[in-house]
Design a protein around this ligand. Structure first.
Ligand code: ADP
Ligand code: MG
Length: 695
């Protein structure tokens, strides 16, 4: 017997009957070691240990029952099927077969006893109970009640592997445990005691081979909860380990120059909100320390993240370092250039920019300025991460709308600033609020700052939901609005991803509006226009030369026209909550009351109806994000960041929120007290799906 051999370290092919072929299929489920078999957990159970009286069968369960054939008939209602009516003195049930042979029907003579197992369904007002394609066997009256099937686990399966295979594999793995092989218990004893969770092997036994079907939700059973906890912890560790690594890196230290900050705020012309001031303080503490800042700044659209970023930039520039700001679109980057230039030019700081459209001599000149350190503050799109771009002394990287970028792009920019063992600081910003539980797990490698207060003088946007059949009303409203001096966004959406079609739709909408509102000035922007054309139209809108701006969802991010106070979104039911929220954030930026009309095409799906209702009821980005997570799931919310993360095997971000709250502290403790288990835990639950080499 091999003492101290862990099943975690034995390939699954060590199990009897598992050859290359099966191993390959298992691998698709992430099962590579013998221990992985044990962590492939059942999601429900079948109770074959007792016969349930037909009258007591519960809809929605899988049950074993016995009864006597009353009638077996073939019917042709829509589809040819065989119905078998079965009774046991307590009630009746119908077995329905779509595939059957005549000899099968022959055997089902009136009076014949059957033992069946299947999923019970009830329907109709008179409550008929039915089972489609049950397993069944013929029995004699004497054999009634003589069952010894026990409780069977039901596993998630994949092509070519059935329940029987998984039941056999787990039996074999447990047999190895009995022979003395081990499975690594990665949770500290104290934690198990606190929660009254059983030891790992006991948990696994209870889940794979229970003696009775656990009552209630599986996720509430201690044995299962413990494993959910492990999975959540593994996810957290995979990120917090990265963060811990970075905490050992060094970075330049920037002192705040109070005079420059004061000057800057004078230039800006308003004072910071309490929330902005708090975040600036958090950032300056980071920038003063000798370790790289890794901060995620969350703030709803219009909460004023840009000035905060500017304060951070000034600290770095003041210390003689370069700052790079990367934005996901040229439109947004260009807007930043304008804002920052208006502020910084008065402080004698030049703003450089680098976009994909810069070619030839211009490109040479810009990149030379960056390389030689003449440009201190550089704004750009992902053009900044091109190989040819070298920095002179990059001390701070700012990423706007970080969810639009992959982690790799962020790291590529960061790496341009690594000199010797000094790493630049990073500030990543997002206007898509992240629900707390998601942030705790999905962003464990970053420190969080939240601007949870809007600048003064904003009035919340009033949102109306209208069927497209009321378009006439909307047109009247626009007319009225423009007479009152308002400007209007008209946003077109399309289901297809195709940009061409989307732009065509916007063109058609613009034509239609021009016909209906001949006295108004109507402009159009869409993704296929040249950059200069877009800029021209946006400029006209900003200067109030246009009353209506018809746009595709390209205006989603960053466009700032305070006088625009009415937005109409066509086919709003097609958009997700995050996108609707971003779009709506384009209005409500000025002093006037603002309105948003969400037009939809009936009939609305339940999900779409819920989305539109949430939009009507709240302007709070965090509430909207919570709802979004419920409707779409956390993976979608994380966007490009999700590579490897948040695809849980058994945990659930919503259901297990309470556990998630506890994870961060525990992860810290594990990293300090028990670093040896980190790697095995991550490997167990995330396998090879962790892609990042470093933060
Ligand atoms: P976002 O967080 O969406 O990037 P911005 O930084 O673009 O928001 O700010 C939105 C608008 O609010 C800008 O016009 C900005 O000048 C203004 N603003 C920001 N902070 C304040 C403040 N403290 N007081 C008044 N206006 C502010
Ligand atoms: Mg912004």
């Amino acid at each position: 017997m091999q003492k101290e051999t862990y099943l975690d370290d034995l390939a699954v092919t060590e199990l009897k009957g598992v050859g290359e072929k099966v191993a390959e299929k298992l691998q698709r489920l992430g099962i590579e070691s013998v221990a992985d078999v044990l962590f492939h957990l059942p999601f429900r159970y079948e109770d074959r240990s007792k016969v349930v009286a037909i009258g007591a069968l519960q809809s929605g369960t899988s049950s074993l029952f016995e009864g006597q054939v009353e009638l077996a008939e073939v019917v042709f209602r829509g589809r040819r099927s065989m119905l078998v009516r079965l009774g046991d003195g307590t009630g009746f049930i119908t077995l329905r077969f779509f595939h059957f042979s005549m000899s099968q029907k022959q055997a089902l003579q009136r009076g014949q006893w059957l033992r069946c197992f299947g999923d019970i369904r009830s329907y109709g007002q008179t409550i008929k109970t039915e089972v489609v394609h049950p397993e069944y066997e013929l029995i004699t009256e004497d054999q009634r009640g003589q069952v010894d099937g026990g409780v069977l686990a039901v596993y998630p399966v994949t092509d070519g592997l059935n329940q029987a295979t998984f039941r056999k594999l787990s039996r074999l793995a447990f047999a190895m445990l009995e022979q003395g092989f081990l499975v690594r218990d990665c949770l500290p004893k104290q934690l198990l005691q606190e929660h009254a969770w059983p030891e790992l092997v006991v948990c696994l036994q209870q889940l794979h081979c229970p003696t009775s079907v656990p009552s209630g939700e599986l996720s509430q059973i201690p044995a299962f909860k413990r494993l959910i906890y492990e999975e959540l912890l593994a996810n957290h560790l995979s990120l917090s380990r990265l963060k811990q690594g970075v905490d050992h890196f060094s970075s330049p230290q920037f002192k705040i120059n109070d005079k420059v900050q004061r000057q800057f705020l004078e230039v800006v012309g308003f004072s910071l909100t309490g929330a902005q001031q708090r975040v600036v303080n958090e950032i300056s503490t980071d920038l003063l320390s000798a370790h790289p800042m890794q901060r995620l700044l969350q703030g709803d659209v219009g909460s004023g993240k840009t000035v905060v970023a500017a304060c951070a930039a000034l600290m770095a520039i003041g210390a003689g370092y370069q700052v790079a700001l990367m934005a996901p679109t040229e439109l947004l980057a260009e807007q930043h250039v304008k804002n920052f230039d208006a502020w910084f030019s008065q402080l004698g700081i030049e703003v450089a920019c680098l976009f994909g459209r810069h070619k030839g001599k211009t490109y040479q000149a810009i990149t030379e300025g960056i390389r030689e350190g003449r440009s201190k503050f550089i704004i750009g799109t992902h053009a900044l991460v091109q190989e040819k771009v070298d920095f002179n002394k990059l001390g701070l990287v700012i990423i706007d709308e970080q969810h639009r970028f992959g982690v790799h792009q962020r790291l590529a920019l960061r790496d341009k600033g690594v000199v010797g063992d000094l790493y630049p600081h990073q500030l990543v910003m997002t206007a898509t609020p992240i629900p707390r539980t998601l942030a705790l797990l999905g962003y464990a490698d970053l420190d969080l700052s939240v601007i949870d207060e809007l600048p003064p003088g904003r009035t919340p946007v009033t949102t109306t939901v209208l069927s497209i059949s009321k378009r006439g009303l909307v047109i009247d409203r626009i007319k009225q609005g423009v007479e009152d001096g308002r400007q209007v966004y008209w946003v077109c959406t399309l289901v297809e991803e195709s940009e061409v079609l989307q732009c065509q739709a916007a063109e058609v909408a613009a034509q239609l509006l021009t016909a209906q509102l001949p006295d108004l000035n109507i402009g159009l922007v869409h993704g296929r226009m040249k950059f200069d054309e877009k800029q021209t139209v946006m400029g006209q809108f900003k200067r109030q030369q246009l009353d209506i701006l018809v746009a595709t969802t390209v205006i989603e991010v960053g466009v700032d026209v305070p006088n625009a106070s009415l937005m109409v979104i066509e086919n709003a039911e097609r958009l997700g909550l995050a996108q609707l929220h971003q779009l709506r954030g384009r209005v409500g930026r000025g002093q006037r009351d603002s309105h948003c009309v969400l037009m939809y095409q009936a009939p609305l799906s339940d999900n779409a109806n819920e989305r539109l209702t949430v939009m009507r009821e709240t302007n709070n980005g965090f509430k909207i994000a919570e709802k979004d997570m419920q409707l779409r799931g956390p993976g979608e919310l994380l966007g490009k960041r999700q590579a490897g993360f948040m695809r849980f095997k058994i945990a659930d971000m919503l259901r297990d929120a309470e556990l998630i709250e506890q994870i961060a502290d525990e992860a810290e403790r594990v990293l300090v007290n028990n670093p040896k288990v980190v790697e095995p835990l991550i490997h167990r639950w995330l396998g090879n799906s962790v892609e990042y080499a470093h933060v």
